[in-house]
Design a protein around this ligand. Structure first.
Ligand SMILES: NC(=O)c1ccc[n+]([C@@H]2O[C@H](COP(=O)([O-])OP(=O)(O)OC[C@H]3O[C@@H](n4cnc5c(N)ncnc54)[C@H](OP(=O)(O)O)[C@@H]3O)[C@@H](O)[C@H]2O)c1
Length: 254
């Protein structure tokens, strides 16, 4: 990838998205990040003045359309779309008082929105000479995690969608990459208390370094740390690895 690229990262104001943003910036690309919380994005802009910020909710069709129009106008379109925005809710599907809207919203952010983003940015990607779509799924796309049932479903769906569209978009010269992170030290992992799962979270910067090396090598599935073991074990001993990951299927009440 020799040419400078214009890179859009959803949810780039924190965690994995921000670490990826820093990597692309350090390699002389133009980087645009989005999120719902404007003051969070503004803080990033103070730290990284060369970054571009847009308040935009991936679940809001109007927001995404406007974002696409603005980026076409201001940057003549993007070359790289990174579908990174995501949330993770721990949930007991057997509990009587679950919030249905919250569960549907998790699907909307994690799965429907990458489809929405591609829909509105396809014209720009097709126009680019070095277009890349990068979807951030999860190692949990290989082995489901009972404590986060909706999340696990969305990540498995994102994984399959990514695999399905790869040969299709190749016909339009759009490279499709999937990053399947292990537990990473971010707000998402802290809020879900994933550190209690006895898995040492990987620093986001380390994840971004692994991503960058594999991305530059031309790998289309980037599987850092324990995600690699999850993939391997899901083929070799699926019942064993399922039991290992789901010794405590019900999340602790907070
Ligand atoms: N951390 C892990 O252990 C881990 C492991 C595997 C995969 N992942 C995946 O990595 C991705 C990034 O997560 P992270 O760990 O870096 O968590 P994070 O720090 O909480 O980042 C998530 C980002 O998504 C943004 N976001 C959430 N909903 C959004 C919406 N509707 N529209 C636009 N932006 C939205 C958030 O910003 P606002 O709140 O301002 O909107 C936030 O900046 C997610 O897809 C996650 O599933 C994480």
């Amino acid at each position: 990838m020799k040419e400078k690229q214009t890179v859009l990262i959803t949810g780039g104001g924190s965690g994995i998205g921000l670490a990826l943003a820093k990597k692309f910036l350090a390699n002389n690309n133009t980087v645009i990040i989005t999120g719902r919380n404007l003051s969070k994005l503004e803080k990033v802009k103070i730290e990284l003045p060369q970054i571009h910020i847009f308040q935009s909710d991936v679940t809001n069709d109007k927001d995404v359309k406007e974002l696409a129009e603005n980026l076409e106008k201001d940057f003549s379109g993007i070359d790289v779309l990174i579908n990174n925005a995501g949330i993770m809710n721990l949930l007991d599907a057997g509990a009587a008082n679950n919030d249905l809207q919250e569960q549907l919203n998790e699907i909307e952010i994690n799965y429907n929105s990458p489809i929405r983003m591609l829909h509105h940015f396809l014209v720009q990607l097709k126009k680019s000479k070095n277009a890349v779509l990068i979807n951030v799924s999860s190692g949990l796309a290989y082995v489901t995690f009972s404590q986060a049932p909706v999340y696990s479903g969305t990540k498995a769906a994102l994984h399959f969608w990514t695999q399905a569209i790869r040969p299709q978009l190749k016909l339009h010269n759009i490279r499709v990459v999937e990053l399947l992170p292990p537990v990473v030290d971010t707000k998402l992992a802290h809020d879900a208390d994933l550190k209690d799962q006895k898995l040492k979270p990987m620093p986001a910067e380390q994840l971004a370094n692994i991503f960058w090396k594999d991305y530059m090598k031309g790998k289309d599935e980037i599987i850092p740390g324990i995600s690699k073991q999850l993939k391997f074990m899901s083929r070799l001993a699926p019942e064993f690895i399922f039991k290992q990951l789901n010794k405590e299927p019900i999340p602790e009440k907070k």
